[in-house]
Design a binder for this molecule. Structure first.
Ligand SMILES: Cc1cc2nc3c(=O)[nH]c(=O)nc-3n(C[C@H](O)[C@H](O)[C@H](O)COP(=O)(O)OP(=O)(O)OC[C@H]3O[C@@H](n4cnc5c(N)ncnc54)[C@H](O)[C@@H]3O)c2cc1C
Length: 404
């Protein structure tokens, strides 16, 4: 009988762990992870008994088959997200009506735009700044906040596909996403604090070097965030210039997430989400009895060096909720600036005009020896999510098991 094949998976996020689960009956799998713990962008923090904070992923955006079936299999409870959407305007909170002037017309233009058009080009063509300031502001807020994207780079087609999809109910996992990560990690050969720097390869053999160790295997599956490939954070020998070029054709945005624990709830309990024009513009509540408010600053405004983040968050909240003594009400704060997070350096990917072609390159194996997976390589209906990472990890593992 021939010896079992060896594979190294780089990255213990949702994609890497899902791939390991799919591969382990046939392969001897070793996962190398740069951070001290698995999870990557799916990492829950437990600051005190009974309190958990999602530093990264928090929601399940709809009836997502891979995520929900894993939770059911593991017996991990999850619950629908309740609460209304509010707009903060001139010191008042108004329930959002969900109607934006010219929105249907915008979607119509978006549906007909050529694949190479960016959102900025479409706005400039049909919605000049002087005449359509409100619509342009709304689009910009949504593109930057939700998609973490730059209007000058994001493709209209990507946004159209995402905006016109029925999402359905959102869910949260009872004790946070780490419950799912723990389930997936069980039984894995996972080595943490190993930052991969080099992969020397020839068909059927890889030598993977970290800051202090070398590992060998027949194959490697790289599941690091796309910006690490864009910036050649891992060196390949021989080099893979077509893959680096393709990685740079995928958009990469960043986000700062705030979790502020207060001594008392100064907000109305039925508030779900609040959208505003403040420096930290988006906020949401947790469960009915929770004293946590979560803030979100996404896209170009979250890039680069940041100062005074807590003050900016508190100032934004004091304006939104009309509260003067907000500092006195704060008990604890947790701020995660994802562009500064070790081995991640950002939030999630978005589609640029050439991204789909780039994904075809990146998901083509190199000599049946080097493979890539992760949320940025996914092409289905839930881009930029944990579902995308799980599904893509699973798909690539199936490809590895049955090479063409
Ligand atoms: C603030 C925030 C909020 C989000 N909210 C949601 C949400 O509500 N719902 C949702 O579905 N999705 C959400 N997402 C997106 C979701 O978290 C990601 O799409 C998903 O977790 C990506 O999984 P992945 O396995 O592709 O990558 P990652 O989770 O990034 O895993 C990659 C792993 O590779 C490791 N690594 C990197 N470089 C190296 C190296 N050189 N050597 C070894 N290891 C390395 C990293 O440490 C990391 O653990 C959010 C993301 C962020 C940042």
């Amino acid at each position: 009988m021939s010896a079992q094949k060896e594979i190294i998976i780089i990255g213990a996020g949702a994609a890497g762990l899902m791939a390991a689960r799919e591969l382990s009956p046939q392969y001897n799998v070793t996962i190398l992870e740069a951070r001290p713990q698995p999870g990557g962008r799916t990492t829950t923090h437990y600051p005190a008994p009974g309190i958990h904070i999602e530093t990264g992923a928090e929601f399940i955006h709809g009836e997502l088959p891979v995520t929900l079936s894993l939770l059911q299999e593991a017996g991990i409870p999850y619950h629908p997200v309740n609460g209304e959407m509010y707009l903060a305007e001139n010191g008042e909170l108004k329930q959002e009506e969900g109607w934006i002037e010219d929105w249907d017309n915008l979607l119509d233009h978006m549906s007909k735009a050529p694949e190479t058009t960016t959102m900025q080009q479409l706005l400039d063509q049909y919605y000049p700044a002087g005449q359509y300031a409100d619509l342009r502001d709304h689009v910009q807020g949504y593109v930057e906040g939700y998609d973490l994207a730059d209007l000058n780079k994001v493709s209209v087609k990507y946004l159209y596909d995402e905006w016109t999809l029925e999402q359905g109910t959102n869910y949260r996992i009872e004790n946070g996403y780490t419950a799912l990560i723990d389930y997936l990690s069980k039984g894995c050969k996972l080595i943490t604090n190993q930052t991969v720097q080099n992969i020397a390869w020839q068909p059927g053999h890889v030598k993977v070097t970290t800051q202090d160790q070398t590992y060998t295997a027949h194959k490697v599956l790289v599941t690091v965030p796309i910006n690490i490939l864009q910036n050649e954070g891992i060196q390949f020998a021989p080099a893979l210039p077509a893959y680096t070029k393709a990685a740079r054709q995928i958009g990469w945005g960043t986000v700062i997430k705030f979790n502020l624990i207060f001594k008392q709830a100064f907000w109305k309990r039925d508030i779900g989400f609040v959208l505003s024009d403040e420096e930290v513009p988006v906020w949401w509540t947790q469960s009915e009895d929770s004293l946590i408010l979560t803030g979100w600053l996404g896209g170009p405004h979250a890039e680069g060096p940041q100062t005074d983040l807590l003050n900016k968050a508190l100032h934004s909240l004091s304006k939104i909720f009309n509260v003067t003594n907000i500092e006195d009400l704060l008990a604890q704060s947790f701020i995660h600036n994802w562009s500064a997070e070790q081995a991640i350096h950002g939030g999630y990917s978005y589609g640029m005009p050439d991204s789909e072609k780039a994904k075809t390159v990146l998901t083509t194996p190199v000599a049946d020896t080097i493979y890539f997976a992760g949320e940025a390589f996914y092409t289905g209906d839930s881009p930029g999510t944990v579902e995308a990472a799980l599904q893509n990890g699973k798909d690539i593992a199936i490809k590895i098991k049955s090479p063409q």
